[in-house]
Design a protein around this ligand. Structure first.
Ligand code: NAP
Length: 254
């Protein structure tokens, strides 16, 4: 097994942004890759995003790590999703079980794929704190390498049990909703605050806020804009925020 850490880096999410719009996908993925983003996250649940992402990557595929998901109520449907992903991406580096859907059953065949080297890492995801106890139970089996959970200055429930558990079990952490589905970036603090934080945009401040928690590996903001994908990617390098800078971000996000 390779090293646990995936980051700290900025990746690219694909929920609700380009769906089946391959032209937008191509522009956004090209912008993200040019800025150094290397991990893309998708799911069969994202309305055609996997197919557009596959088409957008084509000749750039070796530069990207593909993280996607199995979202199915039974094994046959899950395996069908996987076979389509292999057609689109060649292979899947990080395969996650979306929203814990039928996770015990899916995990058995996915572990065989990992053991045979077809998949590098297996993960589990959930967006709701109501499901975090079951996510913790899944992690305690020690059969997962990665967990994907929500984290931003106003959604911090994962700090209570899941982040400490992931660190204890050496499970890599992917953060969904780092910009609160866009709600946190509707207004930006004044430029003097961004200067104090050493960033150019408020989105970068929020992404660096999450990456400055050393238990976090990867944040995956989604966008329909190639320019934003590029500027978001720039948040994934040090210097990381200290406690004071993180508090400043929290104050303005509240
Ligand atoms: N939401 C969930 O429940 C969920 C669940 C599982 C997995 N995920 C994964 O996590 C990824 C990220 O979560 P998310 O997409 O829900 O929310 P998010 O990344 O927190 O926010 C996305 C929104 O932020 C806006 N945005 C992005 N960069 C910006 C910038 N630099 N300046 C201003 N606005 C910006 C985008 O609008 P524009 O398009 O206009 O830029 C988009 O509406 C998903 O795409 C998916 O891959 C999400």
């Amino acid at each position: 097994m390779e090293e646990r850490r995936l980051g700290p880096v900025v990746g690219l999410g694909t929920w609700n942004t380009f769906g089946g719009d391959a032209k937008t996908a191509r522009a956004v993925v090209t912008g993200a890759l040019a800025a150094g983003c290397r991990v893309v996250d998708s799911s069969p649940m994202y309305g055609g995003a996997e197919a557009s992402l596959g088409a957008a990557l084509t000749d750039r595929r070796p530069e990207a790590t593909v993280a996607t998901k199995i979202w199915a109520s039974d094994v046959a449907q899950g395996q069908e999703q996987y076979h389509r992903q292999v057609e689109w991406f060649g292979r899947v580096e990080i395969e996650q079980i979306h929203n814990l859907a039928a996770w015990q059953g899916q995990l058995e065949w996915l572990e065989r794929e990992r053991a045979e080297g077809h998949v590098d890492r297996l993960g589990v995801t959930h967006y709701s704190p109501r499901a975090f106890e079951e996510v913790a139970e899944a992690l305690r089996t020690r059969r997962f390498d990665v967990v994907q959970l929500p984290l931003n200055p106003i959604e911090r429930e994962s700090e209570r049990e899941l982040l400490p558990l992931a660190a204890e079990l050496d499970v890599a952490v992917i953060v969904m909703r780092p910009l609160g589905e866009g709600a946190l970036v509707e207004q930006s603090p004044p430029p003097s605050v961004l200067d104090e934080l050493g960033v150019e945009t408020w989105a970068q401040a929020l992404l660096r806020w999450a990456l400055s928690d050393e238990r976090v590996d990867l944040v995956i903001p989604a966008t329909r804009s190639a320019g934003r994908a590029a500027s978001n990617a720039a948040a994934g390098s040090p210097p990381w925020f200290d406690t004071e800078q993180r508090r400043l971000v929290e104050r303005f996000a509240a």
